[in-house]
Each structure stands twice: as structure tokens, then as C-alpha cells.
Design a protein around this ligand. Structure first.
Ligand SMILES: *[C@@H]1O[C@H](CO)[C@@H](O)[C@H](O)[C@H]1NC(C)=O
Ligand SMILES: *[C@@H]1O[C@H](CO)[C@@H](O)[C@H](O)[C@H]1NC(C)=O
Length: 434
């Protein structure tokens, strides 16, 4: 305890200074701690601690009900297709309950992560290079008939996927009349990335072009991240060479399309009005997990949510909308996920895409109540428009089952053919008698 003396004041001020120093030191420590904490946060945000980061992401996603309810994981789309293809049973009904379940699957098993070498900086540097030559054209695609074509089918395909093109040509992608409406078809191709896998690719596409007149080939490498180039080149091609058509269906080659339903639907639409219909994904969030195939860094897309966009498996648009989109997309910066890119173009022209129940671009989920059920029922496909994730043989089979004139589905039978159904039982009774 300090004595009372003349030096007291000095003593007191010394003491004061000392406590100040202590305080300052603890302040400095606090600041240091905060800085460290901040850096740790930044570090993990940037995904350096990728393992932990993924866990966090996973936990975040499962309870993000808004996320799922508004059916986000289109970003997982390609991967989940692989999944659907691998597990062959594709099943009928309890659709509505099943939907959530499957999306949970998509979210909780984010599939094999394949991306490793996508160079964002290179992409950003090259993204003004967005005009490539058309190497094979079909300038008369929409000119041949005197009447305007009703529908143009445009199908994304890889040169190597000859078998997909063949089956589409033979089934739902046939040219000619559907319900009395003229339908035309083109395949959208780029240069194969691995030319040694199919050294004859050039001869093949020229031969296909000569025989079927349905090949469009552009001079860019046909990679996943170049699909956006395919999108913009197709839009400007259709604007230039096929503006006589009334509607356009754009989709993948591994889908099943019920073209009769599509045409029926479109018959009530006006080609000179806006129309954009598909499996629309709302409120999808960019994936910030580095290892994901769909990883998009903040530097490339800073917002927390993508605009509404259509699953790329298949969607419909009017020629009027196509013209607007072709123009709008020239002003949107290239973005490596093509579905989202088109959503950005839609947003630019302030056009709200319409979601339609008939578009199942994530495939048909297995009902959770009967995960082992294996059915392949054409009666279910009768009411759909687009189903993603079918194998080639399944596309062929479904198309043939659906076009069998003897196909009758119980529901319809009960409503429309009750009389015949009765007679059948009579026949059966007769058989018994005999
Ligand atoms: C290209 O395809 C060939 C034959 O399928 C394969 O052996 C080769 O590894 C592939 N190259 C690349 C870079 O993928
Ligand atoms: C897209 O195609 C161009 C032209 O062929 C090529 O240089 C580029 O590497 C491709 N980009 C990607 C991301 O594959």
C-alpha cells in the first residue's frame, strides 16, 4: 500500500501507466485473437479446408428445406443422371411424395466429383472469344415445306454418341407429321475432345449430315463447360435459319419425349407470344465446394442464388421468345453452366419461365414406400412430356410400347372403355365355359 508522501502523485501516475500497459497488452491480445479468428473464417470460406468445408456444406443443405422444396439440385443434374442410369429401376407413381425423397438423395449423395482441372481464370480470360464457325450447316432445314414447320427439335449430342442420335431419329425425334403438325430435327455438335477415341468422326458426321440432313457442327471443343457456347450458337442459328418454325423443343439425347403431348400442348399456344416451359428450378444456390463439378467461385458469380432456369433435359419455347433470347444472350457474359446461363438471359428480358409437371428432367424418382419396385409402365409415360435418364434400349422400348395401338391403360379403360372391359370378362367367362 502506498504511503502518503509527496511522491504519491507520481506513484499514482506510475501505477496508472502500468495498468494502462496491462490493458493495452490485453487489448493487443484480443485484437490478435480476433484477427486469427477472422483469418480462420476466411480460410475455411475459401474452401482450403475442403474436407471440413464439405461437411459443413452437407449439413447446411439437408435442412435447407426451401432449397429442396423449390427443387434446387439441378446443379447436381448431370451427376444424378448418372445415378439414375446406373440404378435401372425407374418407377411409376406416388410421384409427388417421391419427388422430395429423390431430391434428398441428390443432395445427400453428391455423387462422384469429377471436376479437377477447370481453369476459371483461363475461362474468364477467354470468355470474350464466343464466336465460332459453323462447319456443317442445314440452311434449308426449315425451308423445304411450303408451310411453316410447327416444331423444331434441337438435340444436344456428342459426336461419339451416334447410337443416341440413331434411336432419337427412329423414335420421338422423327421428322414429319405429329398430330398433323410438321416437325423438323437438328443435332447440335461440337468438335470431339478425344479424337483418338473415334478417328473416323469427321467422315461419320459428314455421312450423317448427307443422309439425314440433321447435323449442325460448330468449331469449338465439345466439353461440358462449352455447352453454353452450344446454347448461344444454336439460338443465333435458329434465329437466322429457322425463324419460320413456330416452336422449338431443345433437349438432350438421353431423354424420352412424348412428342404427341408436346404438340398437343403447343397447339393451344401462340408462337408470337412469349413462351418458355420446362422443369424450372427456383432459388438454386451456386455450389461453393471446390471439388464439385458445378463449383462456381464467388469471383465468377457473387450472388447467393441463381435466377430461375430450366433443367437442360428438355424445354419448349416459342419462336418469339427464341428471337428475344438470341439477342439477350449476346449481352450476357459467358457462364460455364449452360442451363443457368439461359436463366440469366431469361432474366435479362424479364421473362418468367413456366414450370410444367410433365417435364421430369431429373428422371422419375423411386417412390420411397416401394424402393424395390421395378416397373416400366407406358401408361405413366402417356401423361408426361419429357423424362430424363433413360437408356437407349428403354427409349426404344417405351416409344414402341406407347405406339402400340393395343395399349390401353386401366384408368382410361375404366373411364372410356367400361363397356369393352365388361365384354372382356364375358369372353373370359366364355373361355371358362368352353
Ligand atoms: C482417348 O480415347 C482413347 C480410346 O478410347 C483412350 O485410350 C485415351 O485414354 C483417351 N484419351 C484421353 C485424353 O481421354
Ligand atoms: C471451348 O472450346 C474452345 C475452342 O475449341 C477451347 O479452346 C476451349 O478450351 C474450350 N473450353 C472448355 C472450357 O472446354
Amino acid at each position: 500500500p502506498p504511503k502518503i508522501s509527496p511522491r504519491t502523485t507520481l506513484d499514482i501516475s506510475l501505477k496508472f501507466l502500468e495498468t494502462m500497459r496491462v490493458q493495452l497488452r490485453s487489448d493487443a491480445i484480443c485484437t490478435l485473437c480476433l484477427v486469427v479468428a477472422l483469418f480462420t473464417m476466411l480460410y475455411s470460406q475459401l474452401g482450403h479446408t475442403s474436407h471440413r468445408e464439405e461437411k459443413v456444406e452437407g449439413q447446411k443443405k439437408t435442412p435447407a428445406a426451401t432449397h429442396r422444396a423449390s427443387r434446387v439440385p439441378a446443379i447436381f443434374q448431370k451427376e444424378s443422371n448418372v445415378q439414375t442410369q446406373a440404378s435401372e429401376p425407374r418407377v411409376i407413381l406416388p410421384m409427388k411424395d417421391a419427388k422430395l425423397e429423390s431430391q434428398e438423395d441428390q443432395v445427400t449423395n453428391p455423387a462422384p466429383l469429377t471436376r479437377s482441372t477447370f481453369d476459371f481464370r483461363l475461362y474468364l480470360r477467354n470468355k470474350d472469344n464466343r464466336k465460332f464457325n459453323l462447319l456443317i450447316n442445314q440452311p434449308k432445314k426449315c425451308m423445304r415445306s411450303s408451310e411453316r414447320p410447327f416444331l423444331l427439335i434441337a438435340i444436344k449430342s456428342l459426336v461419339e454418341e451416334f447410337d443416341h442420335r440413331e434411336i432419337v431419329r427412329k423414335t420421338w425425334g422423327r421428322e414429319g407429321l405429329v398430330n398433323g403438325m410438321q416437325v423438323q430435327r437438328v443435332f447440335l455438335l461440337g468438335i470431339p475432345k478425344n479424337k483418338t477415341a473415334l478417328p473416323t468422326w469427321e467422315t461419320l458426321v459428314h455421312q450423317e449430315s448427307q443422309l439425314y440432313r440433321d447435323i449442325l457442327l460448330w468449331d469449338f471443343l465439345d466439353t461440358f463447360f462449352n455447352l453454353t457456347l452450344k446454347e448461344i450458337h444454336f439460338l443465333s442459328w435458329a434465329d437466322e435459319f429457322c425463324s419460320r418454325t413456330k416452336f422449338i423443343f431443345k433437349g438432350d439425347a438421353d431423354v424420352f419425349v412424348n412428342m404427341e403431348n408436346i404438340v398437343n400442348f403447343l397447339e393451344s399456344c401462340n408462337p408470337s407470344e412469349d413462351l418458355f416451359v420446362g422443369d424450372i428450378i427456383y432459388n438454386a444456390q451456386p455450389i461453393r465446394v471446390r471439388k464439385s463439378k458445378y463449383y462456381i467461385p464467388e469471383t465468377m458469380y457473387g450472388l447467393g442464388m441463381y435466377p430461375a432456369y430450366a433443367g437442360g433435359g428438355g424445354f419448349l419455347l416459342s419462336i418469339s421468345t427464341l428471337k428475344k433470347l438470341a439477342q439477350a444472350c449476346t449481352q450476357v457474359e459467358l457462364f460455364p453452366i449452360d442451363d443457368v446461363f439461359l436463366g440469366m438471359c431469361l432474366q435479362r428480358i424479364n421473362l418468367k419461365p413456366i414450370s410444367h409437371e410433365g417435364f421430369k428432367t431429373f428422371g422419375i424418382p423411386k417412390p420411397s414406400a416401394a424402393p424395390n419396385l421395378q416397373t416400366f409402365d407406358p401408361c405413366f409415360y402417356k401423361d408426361l412430356m419429357v423424362v430424363h435418364g433413360l437408356k437407349i434400349a428403354e427409349i426404344w422400348l417405351m416409344w414402341n410400347l406407347l405406339h402400340n395401338p393395343r395399349l390401353s391403360c386401366t384408368q382410361n379403360k375404366q373411364i372410356r372403355k367400361a363397356f369393352r372391359w365388361k365384354r372382356k370378362t364375358k369372353d373370359a367367362a366364355k373361355n371358362y365355359a368352353a
